[in-house]
Design a protein around this ligand. Structure first.
Ligand code: UT7
Length: 340
């Protein structure tokens, strides 16, 4: 029984923070940020807008694109690096606000790899018949956990959310492989305290806000994006030339370029939108994929490779055949409406 994504919605807050504005906040330049990362601007949540709010708005977008899509959802899985609270889960808060009270709800906390892990959790639940239709979210209010005086970290991130439906798909579509992993030796390279106010290996007095050793994460990311992507392709019996579109975690264009070289997927077949959103952690893969669907790059039956990395340090990759059937149905409905 193949399982896959059948619907995808997204949301980004309206407030845009440009590199030029950052120049007025601390010693940096548009030129430095663009040349080192590829990022030009990012969207920031309003003061009273949190991960759950953005998740709800991504679900609203999902429902607008695929009317009736929430019918039958019996599980909500939310990947987030910036949950509203330790508990209740951000998933439970979102479920309650989109009319899914009573469905199971859990958060997945694997930093920027979280969306890939959440897709895999959803697939497992459907295969085990624990659930039949899972709402999977990546929702982030990262701007709330950034140190806005640390020019090395705060320039990188943005806020936003994605919402997907994972359920049975027709034969020949859906997830073909998952590769998930973590290596705690790199834990001190990317961190944010929760209950304990220390992490082994992290300098005392830091960690209240997101902390990062950029160079270490960079080296790890180049290696792990390539390795996990290659493993996901091998597991599915694929090679780089079979991939129609790679959708990587949107952290740094230089990381993506280096990873492409490692496993033979050309940059022209890679979806990149970090220039306008920055690194939105768990929301980055759904935001990039939705954009590529909207502009017609990704089509029904396309061979996709999704890859992400993040705190843990962690990684997650999946090969999948895109199922565009649900989207086609909506497009036909819209055409009929226009004809009338
Ligand atoms: O989801 C995972 C999240 N994290 C990542 O993906 C981070 C991965 N790492 C990176 O993207 C890069 O390491 C950064 C973009 C964070 C930094 O780029 P880099 O080329 O590794 O720069 P660097 O840390 O080696 O710093 C080079 C110089 C330093 O100055 P000195 O010591 O050479 O005088 C920094 O102080 O650049 C300076 N610098 C800046 N200058 C202007 C650091 N941040 C800035 C800035 N503007 N915003």
């Amino acid at each position: 029984m193949p399982i896959g994504i059948t619907a995808l919605g997204t949301y980004v807050p309206t407030r845009v923070l440009t590199n030029k504005e950052l120049e007025g906040m601390f010693d940096t330049s548009d030129e430095w940020i663009v040349s080192r990362t590829g990022i030009r601007e990012r969207h920031l949540a309003a003061e009273d807008e949190f991960a759950s709010d953005m998740g709800v708005r991504a679900v609203n977008d999902l429902s607008a694109r695929y009317p009736g899509v929430l019918e039958g959802v019996d599980m909500v899985v939310c990947a987030t690096s910036s949950p509203d609270a330790l508990f209740p889960s951000t998933a439970a808060i979102i479920a309650g606000q989109v009319g899914l009270n009573g469905a199971g709800a859990l958060d997945v906390l694997v930093a920027c790899s979280g969306f890939m892990y959440a897709l895999s959790v959803a697939q497992g639940m459907v295969l085990a018949k624990t659930a039949t239709k899972v709402l999977v979210l990546g929702a982030e209010a990262l701007s709330k956990i950034l140190d806005w005086t640390d020019r090395t970290t705060c320039i990188l991130f943005g806020d936003g959310a994605g919402a997907a439906i994972v359920e049975e798909v027709p034969e020949g579509y859906g997830f073909q492989s998952f590769v998930l992993g973590a290596d705690s030796t790199g834990g001190p390279s990317l961190y944010k305290f929760a209950v304990a106010d220390h992490i082994p290996g992290v300098p005392v007095g830091t960690g209240a806000m997101l902390g990062m050793n950029g160079r270490e994460v960079f080296k790890f990311a180049v290696r792990v994006l390539g390795d996990s992507g290659e493993k996901a392709m091998n597991k599915a019996g694929l090679s780089g030339s079979d991939i129609d579109w790679m959708v990587p975690h949107q952290a740094n264009v230089r990381i993506i370029e280096s990873a492409c070289g490692r496993f033979g997927v050309p940059l022209e077949k890679t979806v990149i939108n970090l220039d306008r959103y920055g690194n939105t952690s768990t929301a980055s893969v759904p935001l990039a994929l939705r954009e590529a669907l909207d502009d017609g790059r990704v089509k029904d039956g396309d061979q996709l490779l999704l890859v992400a990395f993040g705190g843990g340090l962690s990684w997650g990759a999946s090969a999948m055949k895109w199922y565009g059937g649900a989207g086609r149905k909506v497009a036909v409905q819209e055409q009929e409406l226009v004809v009338k």
